[in-house]
Design a protein around this ligand. Structure first.
Ligand code: NDP
Length: 334
């Protein structure tokens, strides 16, 4: 039977005010699809890039990458999941565009089953919805993009943020000493719980502090989701032949530069990874999610939900995220 879903959509790119609440009719799930009643929705920085047009989408569009919920119905050929199963997704599983298509900011959603992961019994829906995308990101950054070795000192930017909190805790579990950066005194207080050293990167010459903490050598790796504002400082914080893992643009995209810069700064390496390429196969997706859920269930990583908003207040959630007011992960409640 057709179902009326509430969802957030936008018809033009711009500020948070372009996000509006709408309703659409969802049909029964087609072959390979499931219908999910969503219980919690994650708000990620990438959603602001879609809304602003930095990462363009065909318009009008739904918005959002991540949610958790309960399967209400399955389409033909779905054998991995059944009605009543708790599932989550982070990026994958979008259907081919067709009428009534929502993003993750929705009360209900039709998804391809092969983009979903099962939620283990000990993981609450809120944690899966609010942190799966960030947790899987931390997994591939720390274990596969530049694998952390025991005893390394690493630099992780925006240590009080969503990815930052998870990555700092996980890096320490892998044996690293963590230098975390933050943009305010209040966030520094918070980040001290999971960093060995905290630096306020709004202060001038913060890379000199990184050098001072590493005997003048610099760090072998910087994980940088801040982008334009920290790019140069991140390069200046690296040891000879160090690696900059540039994985986001919270302050804006890194401007074009000459590769010669990497030579001048110490024969450095640069990579610009994205989660989809590290969860490209079904096996990679399931393994990455399971690895994340395991460290949370063990208590090695505490997945902190810093803010909750009603679905209809998605614009306010974006405002707060972009104004650097949030800590940890952010949830919309349908
Ligand atoms: P966060 O919760 O970390 O929020 C972003 C943080 O960045 C802010 O809280 C702020 O912390 C810091 N920041 C610094 N400068 C600015 C600025 N000018 N405007 C806004 N924030 C700023 O967000 P997420 O955890 O959702 O994402 C973190 C980063 O990781 C984002 O860049 C995101 O795009 C990226 N990402 C990349 C993925 C990938 O696979 N490549 C996957 C997932 C996320 P402070 O106040 O302490 O400076």
């Amino acid at each position: 039977m057709p179902l009326l879903a509430r969802y957030i959509q936008f018809s033009q790119t711009g500020g948070p005010e372009v996000l509006t609440l709408a309703e659409t009719t969802l049909l029964d799930p087609g072959p390979g699809e499931v219908l999910i009643r969503q219980t919690a929705i994650g708000v990620n920085f990438i959603d602001t890039y879609h809304r602003s047009g930095l990462y363009p989408l065909p318009l009008p569009s739904g918005i959002g990458q991540e949610a958790a919920g309960v399967i209400e119905a399955v389409g033909a050929g779905v054998v991995e999941f059944a009605p009543g199963d708790r599932v989550a997704y982070a990026g994958g599983g979008q259907r081919a565009a067709q009428g009534g298509e929502c993003g993750a900011y929705a009360s209900h959603r039709l998804m391809l089953a092969n983009g979903l992961v099962p939620i283990p019994g000990e993981i609450p829906d809120e944690v899966a919805a609010g942190t799966l995308l960030r947790g899987m990101t931390a997994q591939y950054l720390l274990k596969r993009t530049f694998p952390i070795a025991n005893g390394m000192t690493v630099l992780i930017h925006a240590a009080a943020g969503g990815v930052g909190q998870i990555a700092c805790q996980w890096a320490r579990c892998l044996g690293a000493k963590v230098i975390g950066t933050v943009g305010s005194t209040a966030k520094a207080e918070l980040a001290r719980a999971w960093c060995d050293h905290v630096i306020d990167y709004t202060q001038p010459d913060w890379p000199a502090r990184v050098r001072a903490l590493t005997g003048g050598r610099g760090v072998p790796v910087v994980y940088d989701g801040v982008g334009a504002a920290t790019f140069e400082g991140s390069l200046d914080s690296l040891a000879l032949r160090g690696t900059l893992v540039s994985f986001g643009n919270a302050s804006g995209a890194v401007p074009p530069f000459s590769p010669g810069l990497l030579s001048q700064k110490g024969s450095l390496y640069l990579t610009r990874p994205t989660l989809g390429h590290y969860t490209a196969t079904r096996e990679e997706l399931l393994d990455t999610a399971a690895d994340y859920f395991t460290v949370v269930a063990r208590g090695d990583v505490e997945a902190n939900i810093g803010q909750h908003y009603p679905l209809a207040d998605a614009a306010q959630a974006h405002r707060d995220l972009e104004a650097r007011k949030t800590t940890g992960s952010t949830l919309l409640v349908p």
